[in-house]
Design a protein around this ligand. Structure first.
Ligand SMILES: Nc1ncnc2c1ncn2[C@@H]1O[C@H](COP(=O)(O)OP(=O)(O)OP(=O)(O)O)[C@@H](O)[C@H]1O
Ligand SMILES: [Mg+2]
Length: 251
């Protein structure tokens, strides 16, 4: 298996994401990648503008090096913000990266009708045959898509089961903020963790309370989560590592 350093070097030379020479991976970007390298489920709380996207955008190369694959792998990015998905897809394509977004036709990710059981069409601007072959390196998916049967079938196909290297949830605080009305969709995120059990699992946000983080860990079905935090405004967030009972010397 390739070393962590080899995986990083490979991303830098092969992904096309480091063409600007002033990009040197930051401490928390590297910490997050290291947690994924060691197969840890990971939640990273990093400030706005820190560079959370770069972490998941290099994963197709990172994992292909680690797992000795001939081609870049596929990363699935669940994102509730449609405009953000579109911006990132366009910017990645300009760098020669095969990226696309998947949505449900007609809704544009804005509406959600709980009683509507009609099966909507998957919406994407790339040929479905190419999607089926697993040719895309970065696949942005709106949470509404997770209930779609065609999407479920795609994810269970051999191409996806062998090629998906990481499930990423961007803007994960929105799960807590959007609350009950979006719960069915977000619950599917936990199913996705199980469907790709051996892949990496990463959730990203710029803001989360300790209570929300605990909830997210449960909803996402994460185990032994590594929490990476760099937020000067919330120095007292901690997770997991606190001792339950005070230690004392028996006399
Ligand atoms: N290590 C780095 N060094 C310099 N610039 C970087 C680095 N990593 C990412 N960037 C740049 O930082 C900018 C902001 O990145 P990005 O949009 O990923 O931030 P973010 O953490 O996702 O913020 P938000 O919370 O607003 O979503 C981008 O222009 C990106 O190219
Ligand atoms: Mg971001």
């Amino acid at each position: 298996m390739a070393s962590f350093e080899d995986c990083i070097n490979f991303c830098q030379s092969e992904s096309g994401l480091f063409s600007s020479s002033d990009i040197i991976l930051k401490e928390k970007q590297l910490e997050t990648l290291k947690a994924l390298y060691f197969n840890k489920d990971c939640i990273s709380v990093l400030p706005t503008g820190y560079g959370k996207s770069l972490i998941f955008q290099i994963l197709p190369w990172f994992f292909s090096k680690k797992l000795n694959k001939q081609q870049p792998m596929t990363v699935l990015v669940a994102s509730p913000l449609n405009s953000l998905m579109q911006d990132q897809v366009l910017s990645l394509r300009k760098k020669g990266i095969k990226a696309c977004s998947l949505n449900i036709l007609g809704t544009k990710g804005i509406t959600f009708e709980e009683d509507d059981d009609t099966e909507n069409e998957l919406e994407t601007d790339v040929p479905f045959e190419q999607l089926q072959k697993g040719e895309y390196q970065i696949l942005y998916v709106h949470p509404e898509t997770f209930s779609n049967k065609k999407f479920g079938k795609l994810m269970r196909s051999e191409a996806y089961q062998t090629n998906v290297c990481c499930i990423v949830i961007d803007e994960v605080h929105m799960i807590s903020e959007w609350g009950e009305s979006f719960r069915p969709e977000f619950m599917k995120l936990g199913e996705l963790t199980c469907l790709f059990e051996t892949a990496g699992h990463l959730a990203l946000t710029a803001t989360a309370t300790p209570k929300a983080l605990k909830e997210l860990e449960v909803i996402l079905n994460y185990r032994e989560t590594t929490l990476i935090i760099s937020n000067p405004d919330r120095p007292n967030i901690f997770f997991g590592g606190k001792e339950k009972t005070p230690k004392y010397q028996e006399s």
